[in-house]
Structure formats: C-alpha cells, structure tokens
Design a protein around this ligand. Structure first.
Ligand code: PBG
Length: 326
C-alpha cells in the first residue's frame, strides 16, 4: 500500500514552503552588539570578529544610525575604557565610556533602544567580573557581596545616562536584587533589567575577550559562570533572577544551549533573549572563508534555530546582515 501521508506534498515549491513555514524571523527581534572605544574617528575592525568594529563615539553614532535605519530596534553596548583599575571604576564613572556613548546615542537617535551590558570585567585590571582577593596559593577569589554594591552603582550610572535596558552579565549571586534596589532608590523605577541569567562558562567567548581585552589575568570564570553541563541549574538561576526582579531573561551562548532555551520557554512567561556569542559568529565566518559552508545559509539556520527553540530576542553579530536581508 502506497503511503497516504506524503510530507513532501507541502515542500514542492518555494511558495508552498513559505506558506507552511513555522518560524519566521523579523527585524524587531534583533539586537546588534557594539564596542565603543576612546578617541575620535576610530572605526577599527576587530581581528577576531570580522565586520565588527571598535568605534569611537562619533563613529558609534554613525554606525548606530545605519543599524537603526535597517529596522533594528536595539543595540547592546560594550565599553573599552582608557584605563583600568582593581575596582573597575570606569564602569560606574559618570563620564565612563558606556555612559558617554549612551548619552550620545540617545541624543542622536532617541528611538533606538540602548541596552547596556553591566559587568566589571572590561574595567578591572585583573579582568574578573568582580572584586578579587588573592588566596595564599597564588590563585584569586572573586568576592560576591562586596561586588554587588559596585554593580548597583554602575546600573544607576547607566540609567542616569539614559540606558533603556540594563543587562547584568557578571553572574554574581544576588546582583539582580542589588541592581533593582539601587535603581529604585535612585528613582529609576521604570528602567527594566534583562538578566544574563543562564550564562555559561563557555569556550565560545574567546573572540569577545580579544575584542574587549577582558581575559582574566589569573584563573578563569568557572567560579561564577555556570557549568556547561547543567540544565536544571540554569532554570534555577533564571527563577532566582525573576524572584529578584528581572524583567527579561537571557540564555548565553545560544546554539549550544537550545535545550535550556526550550525549557525556559516552557517554564517562564517573561520575554526570553538568547545571545549568539562571538565564537558562534566567528566559527561560521571562519568556515565560510575556508569555503566549507555558505555563510548566509548558516546565519539563517542558526538564528532560526535559536528563535524556534524559544528566544524572543536575538542578540547577534549578524543583526546587521540579517536585517539587511529581511
Ligand atoms: C562580560 C561579557 C562577556 C560576553 C558578554 N558580556 C565575556 C565573558 O563573560 O567572558 C561575551 C560575549 C561574546 O562572546 O560575544 N562578562
């Protein structure tokens, strides 16, 4: 008996395939990460991240205008400061690089959503995401509770500069509560928090650390970022951040953690973001350069998979390319 069901019937031509496609991407869900550096007239390609740039304020505004013009609603800002110190004071300085960039962007492009990454690692001389204390054996301890106050201070500085959405990526325990408290106390009750809730200690951040100069001098981030093997714990982290007042949750990296995204989608009602990180982007570009895969198709396939798994918001270095093609 020939089969009654022939799934191929609906795959016969592009029109039919488009009609029954279950997952569609739109520009509204894209966020483009941007790296701001001191100086002026600087637009320098980042060697580990082809087609991504270190941008001085003037060039940042130019770039953001083009991005917004493509229909992308939001950018995620990272700052590379002039100098670093043990506390990471550049993170919360009123004239810190991200605060200056946020003011410039909000002034030039009021409709663009400016999301500010909140972490100390780009600003600390030691490269860790919190305050450190040397241990007797030469290793360092990253101090949780003393770091919280600095994170809250940074959130307030970012909100004061006009940040539309504060995105803490440090992975200290209790940081969402500390940041919410700090913001509310300073009168920024309307500023939302997008928590990097399930952020894994990942090899895929390699190219970013070159871009941000934020590799820890001693040790690694395994003492605060999540163990890559833990899915249940990721849900627990997310629940804790919700309880502490997070408005949105993030899973990071994206493609290697689609199961976590899917579980989070089923369990939580808040908007979910996924961050397709630097290594996910760089590996596609590298393979495409070698002629081993088609870059555009790999871009669509990876972004579609991330959205299909449950992400509402896609933070990706492909945002520009995807928006231009959509
Ligand atoms: C800062 C931070 C990192 C990334 C985003 N925020 C680096 C890290 O945790 O080491 C990685 C982003 C990327 O790889 O694209 N803590």
């Amino acid at each position: 008996m020939f089969p009654t069901h022939r799934p191929r019937r609906l795959r016969q031509n592009p029109g039919l395939r488009a009609m029954v496609r279950e997952t569609r991407l739109s520009r509204d869900m894209l966020v483009q990460p941007l790296f701001v550096v001191p100086g002026s007239g600087v637009k320098r390609e980042i060697s580990s991240l082809p087609r991504q740039y270190h941008l001085s304020l003037d060039k940042l505004v130019e770039e953001a205008r083009a991005i917004h013009g493509l229909g992308i609603p939001a950018v995620l800002l990272f700052g590379i400061p002039e100098s670093k110190d043990a506390q990471g004071s550049g993170a919360w300085a009123a004239d810190g690089i991200v605060q200056k960039a946020t003011r410039a962007l909000k002034q030039a492009l009021p409709g663009l959503q400016v999301i500010t990454d909140l972490c100390l690692c780009e600003y600390t001389s030691h490269g860790h995401c919190g305050l450190i204390q040397p241990r007797g054996d030469g290793s360092v301890e990253v101090l949780n509770d003393p770091t919280l106050e600095l994170l809250a201070r940074t959130a307030v500085a970012q909100a004061e500069a006009g940040s539309d959405l504060i995105a803490p990526s440090d992975m200290m325990d209790g940081r969402v509560a500390a940041i919410r408290g700090g913001l509310d106390q300073a009168g920024h009750t309307a500023t939302p928090i997008l928590s990097y809730a399930a952020k894994f200690a990942s090899a895929f951040y390699g190219p970013f650390r070159e871009a941000a100069g934020s590799t820890p001098q001693a040790g690694d981030r395994a003492g605060y970022q999540m163990d890559m093997a833990n899915g249940r714990e990721a849900l627990r982290e997310m629940q804790l951040d919700l309880d502490e007042g997070a408005d949105m949750l993030m899973v990071k990296p994206a493609l290697p953690y689609l199961d976590v995204l899917r579980m989070a989608r089923e369990r939580f009602d808040v908007p979910l973001a996924a961050y397709q990180v630097s290594g996910e982007y760089a590996q596609i570009l590298a393979a495409a350069r070698a002629g081993w895969l088609d870059e555009t198709r790999a871009m669509w396939e990876s972004l579609t998979a991330i959205h299909r798994a449950g992400a509402d918001v896609l933070i990706t270095y492909f945002a520009r390319d995807a928006a231009a093609a959509l």
